[in-house]
Design a protein around this ligand. Structure first.
Ligand code: ADP
Length: 547
């Protein structure tokens, strides 16, 4: 076949296609006009019936009437519903079966838009029904008929519970919660673990400082804070440390504590229990009872303190990658039950007797440690101190001695021999899902600065005896906090070496504090330099100002 033959074939094809298009369009018009009136009736009947059935089922659920008990009207509604479904299928199905290939696309579009329309209207009907239901629940909460705390269990939908509680709260207080977001949080993930009676969540920006070069590895450190300059300042510290060859950290201890208080009739009996618990021969038995509580909790030590006839027993145990408060408490519970048989006169006053000591400044944590005890150090050459930190070694050493050591001693500080450890601890804790209240003892820190290498370079260290962190449990499994842990490479349980992730996180916290200390102390030292500079130059200035 020649070129001309092919052209004619193509023309014929094109005409056929045109015919199909024209025929399809006419047919569509015909179908449209033919079906527009019945379709209108169909949609009215269909959605009225759906609405009627949904509202009557809602009433039944509310009145605890079984759904299978059907009235005559409901039966009629169901039959109408089925008939309309058959009609719907017939309408779209017929057109679909008869369609030519060219028409198929158009018919598909018609079917799709029909289905979408049906979906949209069903969604709207559902929204009307559910917003009516929501309104009733909101009113029940406002009137006090439904307790706000019971919404999650009653509705079985945590996000809806939060929404209803929030609207009810706005009505009760007359205050708007606009600005406190509701969307964007997985409310199921906080149920029974992180927060009760949620109405939204507070947004805290997360900044990134780094890279931190620690023990030969680089980390990008997430910090959640609303304090301007904090991330930038820590970042400057990281830069100084990085250029100087990095920081080194050493984990000194790893053990979470819990100390119940028990009471006896006499101090003699309290002392008997103290001697029993501190007797090395009894340790194995006590440890085996304690360790039954968890695969990860392993009893390390038991230390006692007596106040009259009251005994405070401080149990310390390793807790794997968990911060460990739940774990250690369960172990303590086991031991107290076990002791009750040998010491039936022992009266357990409280599982926590504050000698633990959790979320309160206490010398026991400062001296004995709690959680992870870490020391972290770096040597910053004098040119880095000058170029990056804009100060000099002698000024830093002097400021550290007068501020962090002597000043804090004068203030009667307890673990507060630092410039702002808690700033960094809090920001990293918030970003990584730690318990922010443990910032109290986790921020215990002594910052040391010394001139080394013939007084040219700076040796800086932070010693932090009670960093309480975990990478499993609590807030660590929430999506955003978990993403920050992932960034640090310490998300979840460490499979190869249980506890490895939590220990690494503690070291990162200490190294971040080191950077924060370096940077803030330098800023203060530089400010002092500026002030002294102005002071010593004033006479010149004054002299030049003379007429
Ligand atoms: P906490 O004791 O810090 O309050 P949780 O009790 O909430 O923490 O979480 C610890 C849970 O995680 C325990 O049930 C423990 O068995 C489990 N778990 C899984 N892997 C680890 C791990 N590597 N280290 C510690 N706990 C782990």
């Amino acid at each position: 076949m020649g070129v001309g033959g092919g052209y004619l074939m193509k023309q014929a094809d094109a005409k056929r296609k045109d015919d199909h298009v024209i025929f399809g369009a006419e047919k569509k018009k015909m179908v449209d006009s033919q079906y527009s009136i019945p379709m209108g009736i169909f949609f009215s009947v269909f959605f009225s019936v759906v609405y009627y059935l949904l509202t009557s089922w809602r009433e039944k659920i509310r009145n605890s009437t079984p759904l299978h008990v059907v009235t005559m009207t409901e039966m009629a509604a169901i039959i109408t519903f089925l008939a309309s479904c058959v009609y719907l299928l017939g309408f779209f199905g017929m057109s679909f079966v008869q369609a030519t290939p060219e028409e198929e696309e158009e018919e598909e579009d018609t079917v799709k838009s029909g289905v979408e329309l049906v979906k949209q209207v069903v969604e709207e009907v559902e929204t009307i029904v559910s917003s009516q239901e929501d309104e009733e629940v909101i009113q029940a909460v406002v009137s006090g008929k439904t307790p706000s705390y019971s919404l999650e269990s009653k509705l079985g939908d945590c996000k809806r519970a939060a929404f209803i509680r929030r609207v009810a709260l706005e009505r009760i207080t007359g205050k708007s919660l606009d600005g406190l977001p509701l969307e964007g949080l997985d409310y199921e993930s906080i149920l029974g673990q992180c927060c009760e009676m949620p109405v939204g969540y507070v947004q805290i920006p997360v900044g990134i400082a780094g890279p931190l070069l620690l023990d030969g590895k680089e980390f990008s450190v997430p910090m959640a804070t609303t304090e301007g300059c904090l991330v930038a300042s820590t970042n400057r510290g990281f830069k100084a440390i990085h250029i100087s060859g990095g920081a080194t950290s050493i984990l000194l201890k790893d053990g979470m504590t819990r100390a119940p208080v028990v009471r006896f009739a006499t101090a003699r009996r309290a002392a008997d229990l103290k001697f029993f618990l501190e007797e090395p021969l009894n340790f194995e038995t006590i440890a085996s009872v304690f360790n039954k509580s968890s695969r990860f909790g392993r009893l390390q030590t038991v230390r006692c303190a007596i106040a009259g006839k009251n005994l405070y027993i401080r149990f310390t145990c390793s807790t794997g990658d968990a911060m460990g408060m739940n774990m250690v408490s369960k172990g303590v519970q086991n031991v107290l039950e076990y002791l009750q048989s040998d010491f039936p006169d022992m009266d357990v006053i409280g599982i926590s007797g504050n000698y633990c000591s959790d979320k309160k400044p206490a010398a026991v944590n400062w001296i004995e440690g709690r959680g992870k005890s870490v020391v972290c150090e770096a040597i910053i050459p004098e040119e880095v101190v000058k170029k990056v930190l804009k100060t000099d070694v002698a000024s830093l050493v002097e400021l550290n001695m007068l501020k962090n050591l002597t000043g804090s001693a004068m203030a009667g500080a307890l673990g507060g021999f630092n410039a702002h450890a808690s700033n960094i601890v809090s920001a990293v804790y918030l970003a990584t899902g730690q318990d922010p209240a443990q910032n109290v003892e986790s921020s215990h820190c002594i910052t040391m600065m010394e001139a080394v290498n013939d007084g040219r370079d700076l040796h800086v260290s932070v010693t932090m005896p009670s960093i309480e962190v975990g990478t499993v449990g609590g807030g660590t499994q929430l999506a955003s906090q978990s993403a920050c842990l992932n960034l640090l490479g310490v998300k979840g349980a460490n499979k190869d070496s249980p506890g490895g992730n939590a220990r690494q996180l503690a070291k990162v916290v200490a190294a971040s504090v080191l950077a924060g200390e370096l940077s803030l102390m330098s800023a203060i030292a530089a400010g002092q330099l500026v002030n002294s500079h102005m002071k010593y130059n004033r006479s010149n200035k004054d002299a030049s100002a003379k007429p």
